[in-house]
Design a protein around this ligand. Structure first.
Ligand code: PPS
Length: 292
């Protein structure tokens, strides 16, 4: 039942992927200096991080939008707690944007003083879990748990990278007042991408023309991102991902959980999470045909 120590690192009750970080580094992030123009995309894994990374790249960087620059998402919007090399985050060009899976209590303390901005994206947890299950087969840096039932038990117990989904989401929502934060859901992005992009533009204080907005929305659809090597994470090192086993952009739908979870598994999931989820101020969408 316990996750393998080979893959995960625990710091203050939270599991990190061991391969790309260290206890010293994650502990140092508390002091990481925030600039007023910084934006952080914060998520529990598999909730729409890469999608939001691409949207922000398209909004902020005209060269990304009009195809005159060819910079991959991972370079443009690096992961705060996972460094692939010896990048100097302090001297990245402004405005900096970072992606993070950190829980609210481990982020740089300046963010808690409302310096910088955070965009927090959530997704219905059954789709998160199913996406995560497939992802752990694809990523060599995660422990593969081929038995879906066992994976579900690990997920429900928070014994996976990024720990408990509920704690992550609940923590960010209940501490919203400490941060300058915009909450979005994967499902609202899926249902009305244009409105979600506009919300992000307003939050960033960025005004785009109608044509620019159209271009962002067009380039942020699942189909177009899947084809775009700047956006689809296809250039991950072989040591990180088994490319014959999947991709970052897998299905991109709402309700895929129904294709893998049995009725009994779904009921078990509800039994553990549903009561606790009632306190969250989010109306979850479990199927694309559900009303928002
Ligand atoms: S990670 O590894 O935590 O960064 O993963 P994350 O990016 O948060 O989540 C991956 C899921 O998001 C889907 N995705 C999209 N869905 C719809 N539209 C767009 N443009 C898009 N881009 C990424 C991706 O396919 C993963 O979901 P699943 O269900 O596995 O397809």
């Amino acid at each position: 039942m316990e996750p393998s120590k080979e893959y995960l690192l625990k710091y203050k009750g939270f599991y990190f992927v061991a391969s790309y970080t260290s206890l010293e580094y994650v502990a140092s992030l508390e002091d990481f200096e925030i600039k007023d123009s910084d934006t952080f995309i914060a998520t529990y894994p598999k909730s729409g991080t890469v999608w939001t990374q691409n949207i922000l790249s398209l909004i902020i960087h005209e060269g990304h939008r009009n195809g005159t620059e060819n910079v991959e998402i991972m370079k443009r919007i690096p992961w705060l707690e996972y460094k692939m090399g010896d990048e100097d985050y302090a001297n990245l060009p402004l405005p900096r944007v970072f992606a993070t899976h950190l829980p609210h209590y481990l982020v740089p303390r300046d963010l808690r003083k409302k310096r910088g901005r955070i965009i927090y994206v959530t997704r219905n947890p059954k789709d998160v879990m199913v996406s995560y299950y497939h992802f752990s087969k694809f990523m060599s840096t995660l422990e593969e748990v081929p038995d879906f039932n066992l994976f579900m038990e690990r997920f429900l117990a928070g014994k996976v990278f990024a720990s408990s989904w509920l704690d992550h989401v609940e923590g960010w929502y209940s501490h919203a007042e400490d941060f300058n934060i915009l909450f979005l859901t994967y499902e609202e992005m899926k249902k009305d991408l244009r409105s979600a992009v506009l919300k992000i533009c307003n939050f960033l204080g960025k005004k785009l023309s109608e044509e620019e907005l159209d271009s962002v929305v067009r380039q942020a659809t699942f189909e177009n991102m899947r084809r775009d090597p700047r956006a689809n994470y296809e250039n991950l090192p072989d040591s990180m991902a088994a490319k014959d086993k999947g991709s970052f952009l897998r299905k991109g739908t709402v309700g895929d959980w129904k294709n893998i979870m049995t009725v009994a598994q779904s009921e078990r999931f509800d039994e553990v999470l549903q009561e606790k989820m009632r306190t969250l101020p989010i109306k979850f969408i479990w199927d694309i045909n559900d009303e928002m």
